[in-house]
Design a protein around this ligand. Sequence first.
Ligand SMILES: *Cc1c(COP(=O)(O)O)cnc(C)c1O
Length: 369
Amino acid sequence: MPVPLLDVNAQNHAIADELRDAFNRVLESGRFIMGDEVEEFEASIASFVGAKHAIGVSSGTDAILLALMALGIGPGDEVICPSFTFFATAGCIARTGATPVFCDCHPDNFNIDFDSAQQCLTERTTAIIPVHLFGQSVDMDACSAFATKHKLAVIEDTAQSLGAKYRDKSCGAMADFGTYSFFPSKNLGGLGDGGLLVTQDEQLAEIAVKMRNHGMHPRYHHPLVGGNFRLDALQAALLNVKFGHYADYTRCRQDNAAYYLDQLSGTPGITLPSIDPGNTHIWNQFTLRVHDGKRDALKQSLLDQGIGCEIYYPVPMHQQQCFAHLADEARTSLPVTDLLASEVLSIPVYPELTREQQDTVISAIKSFV
Ligand SMILES: *Cc1c(COP(=O)(O)O)cnc(C)c1O
């Protein structure tokens, strides 16, 4: 039985009538830029994560870029982020003219290691971007203590963790800014690109709202330089529909992860992902570590059997060609990141996955190792 890594059609076709109604509403309204659908979506997410302000934007990448711009990060600044992340986290830092400085992560939960971040500090460090990777929160008490001590702005890259919790708080709502992505493979997957940022700070929200639309206020007056970071009304309308089902999607992912954790427990040669005490994991990815140099062989074996799987991420940021000029021995020795890049393998955990499909994945893994 073939098992894809993700099946967006299974999710979207099941609610096709609702999505078509949303499309028709926007078509009939003739309002395609900003408007009610965007505002409704922003209000839903603000309330869901417990943030005062939510600002819909064009992508998760633009959300990070806009957050950095609103904080005034630019040339001369150094911004710390984990090396083990998707490129957008680091790319946005570089695009502002600031310098990304890469730190290591924990081998058990894949998230930023603040002891390593400590090694990255200089007098130019002005901000840090913790990434809630694969659906699980960073240790936000450690993050807050670190940021307060060193007077750093904090942007939570929450692209993979909308609704994940640290104790009773939602990821993204615990820092200066939290940024989200609605790329189709994220837990709240749109029908195209989309993103959002949240903040509790009135002044930062005002700046970000202006910068989302060319720093314009009032019309054709530009106190700030911004960009076109707007979220389409059509995308917001579709996301409003999908958000209505979000609790179900999350529960299904959690059930699927629990089944893997139970069935694969004790399998030799692999380490299963772990959930830190106090965290609510929402499983954007279910990521194994495959030991003894066998990761690539397991990947190939699964693919040969029609089972989707992928390496997130094979090339960490400190090994990327575009950042080679930043190389500096003290900063680029990131042993845990390098180890993870050689061991990780993500297997299907999407909400519509059936038990039968999961059993196929489980027996393929057990018979390999
Ligand atoms: C997906 C992702 C982004 C970028 O989001 P887009 O909507 O694709 O621009 C940023 N950071 C992380 C960690 C991501 O997974």
